[in-house]
Structure formats: C-alpha cells, structure tokens
Ligand binder design. Sequence first.
Ligand code: NAI
Length: 385
Amino acid sequence: MKKLNWGMIGGGKGSQIGPAHRLAAGLDGLYSFAAGALDHDPAAGRAFGQELGLAPDRAYGDWREMLAGESSRVDRVDLVTVATPNATHYEISKAFLQAGFNVLCEKPMTVTEAEAEDLVLTARKAGRICAVNYGYTGYALVRHMRAMVARGDIGGVRLVVAEFAHGHHANAADMDNPRVRWRYDPAQAGVSAQFADCGIHALHMASFVTGQEVSKLSADFASCLSARVLEDDAMVNFRMSGGTVGRLWTSSVAIGRQHGLTIQVFGETGGLRWSQEQPNQLFYMPLGQRLQVIERGEGNLSPEADRASRVTVGHAEGMPLAFGNIYRDLGETILALQAGRTPDPAAALFPTAEDGLRSIAAIHSAVASAAGHGTWVDARPGLFR
Ligand code: NAI
C-alpha cells in the first residue's frame, strides 16, 4: 500500500508535544516521516531533522523554506503537522493549505476568531483537510462514551461536567520562571491563559461525547496568583445545542492534580465517568443498577472503541496511542480522497477546523463573559449562527 509522506513544523528537540506526534504518526505504518522544519533555530532544526532520519535536503531550516521545497517536489508531503507556539499556527497553516497541503494543526488553532474562520474557508476553498489536534478524543473509551451516548445507553443527556485542572503553576516562587511567565502575559499568550490552553480540551470533549455544540456560556475567570494578568483558574457554565447543561472547571493552581482531564455525562437513565489519567477504565452507572467498570480492550465494546483500541485488555494505553488514532483516521481519509474513493465514515472522527473555530469563538466568548461578571453570551462562531 502507498505510504503517505508526513512533515512536521515545530516539535524540535526538547519540545513538549513533538515526540507524541512522532510516536503517533509512526504507529500504523501509514506515514513515512519525510520532511520537517522542527525548530525556531534553523541550524538546530536541520540537525535534529537529520538525527531523526530526514534526508538533508528535507531537514529544512524554517517553514517557508519547507513550503517552497515541498511545493516543488512530486513526492511532496501529504500531511503537515503544525506544532509550533500558538501565535504562529494561523500563518503557517494558511500558507500550507493554500499550497494544497493537508494540515494537522495543534490547538488552539489560531489566536483570533477571524483567523480561525479564515482557516475554515481556506481549507474548504483548497479542498484540503485542516484538522486540529484535540488528541484526547482519540482514546478508545472516549470514543466508546460517545458511541454509548449516541445509541441511547444513558437516555437523553441532561448534564455534562468537564474538568481540566492541574497544579503545575501553583508555586508562587515560579512566577518569574520564563517557561511559566509567558503563559499569563497577554502579549505572548493572547486573551486567555488556562481556559485557552487546557479548558478548551475539556469543552471540545464535552461536544465530542454528547454530539452537541456549545451554544452559550457564562464564565468566571480568576487569577489566584494575583500578580497574573490572565486567569489561572476558570469556572464556565454552558448550554448545548441539544439542551444539555454544561459545567467546566479548569485550573493550573490545583496542587496535587497532575493532568486532570475528566469528563462526566449524566443522562436520563445512566451516568458515565472517564479520567484521562486512568484512561483504560470507563465507569458506567445505569439507573437503579450497580456500577460497572468497562475495560478498554474487553469484548462487546462499540465498533468505535474496538477500532481505537491497540493492545489487549489489561495493558495500559496512553496519550501517544490516542494521538495515533487521530493520525490513522486522517491517513485513511487522505488516502481515500487521493484515490477518488469515499472515505470510510469510521475514520471521520478526527477534529476539524470547524471544531477549532468553535473553540476559538468559545474562548473569546468566555473572556467577554468574565469581563462582564459572568453575563451569558452567545458562544457560537459568527460563521455558524
Ligand atoms: P514547546 O515550546 O515545548 O516546543 C515548541 C517547538 O516549536 C520548539 O521545538 C521550537 O523550537 C519550535 N518552534 C517555535 N517556533 C517555530 C517556528 N517558527 N518554526 C519551526 N519551529 C518552531 O511547545 P509545546 O508545548 O510542544 O507546544 C507546541 C504547540 O502544541 C502549542 O500550540 C501547544 O498549545 C500545543 N500543545 C498541544 C497539546 C495537546 O494535547 N494537543 C499538548 C501540549 C502542547
């Protein structure tokens, strides 16, 4: 079978998310790592690219060089991952889409809603995929939760409660640590810190699992370390397109919490709870019965969970494998489109630029709401109203 050529921008040596992408893209033999502009320092990027096995002429010094180089090749990359800092996502993703490349962009997709809308429209015009790495939706049991909700196992969904709360920025002595400080500086981080960085994963997951969009929200932002300009803690109440009530807490000062991504869904006839730090168990409480622990990899799960599950029951699966499911969905879809076939609907679960746009709109709505002391605001992007 034809392999796809894959390229990466950002994700250089020592980066946080680069290794997870490389593990994920390598999982199914769908991709060959063919090109990269991996670092803000051109020499470091070229050297690291070659260390990882890229040919010297495809270990580029910067993304513009990579765009020019790849555009002129017959074996150009089929998918480009953009894993650079947030403020650069828009310019890089737009340039590659316009040149006819498929893009997987890290979250948050852009800084402004106008940029996000433009990426949606650019991808549509180019006839290319622009996906966004809400990679935690690749976990087998998150997909099973979604399938259980869709097939009515817990009845109509009344309430969704999402959290993404960690304690890694709680130490006041760290305030001036350069790796922490920029995140709370509007000039570098944009309009929101913790909600845009982490809360947004939880909000997207609420939509993914319930199959509903966020329609309006009311936010309370706080800087628990008072010298911070941007929020390090937020509570967001929301309502969804199908009438579900939503609650979301995100924090970076919750000492003792590690990654802290958890989602709970409560319906008319049952409840579900999943935590990313114990991703191989899903807790299911059918109304009036006993609690059931659903194990990833056991028999009789949904086709979505079976497809996403990679190793046998009892062996832990984690984040790079979840990202691997996003890469496989994307790869299978790109291969089908390139061959003129209709993509398999089972591979259509990767988050898209439309999801990225919804998130950016929600971030700006939450900032506006918080500034208005929690006033309820429309959370939908202008493009979808
Ligand atoms: P990082 O600071 O650890 O690494 C960024 C990398 O990009 C570095 O290697 C840097 O040299 C490189 N870089 C910076 N500017 C560049 C440019 N113009 N061209 C080429 N390379 C450039 O950052 P981290 O934590 O890896 O975050 C990167 C992105 O991934 C962010 O947008 C972040 O929000 C996102 N992220 C997503 C996660 C997820 O769960 N989906 C988790 C962590 C980060």
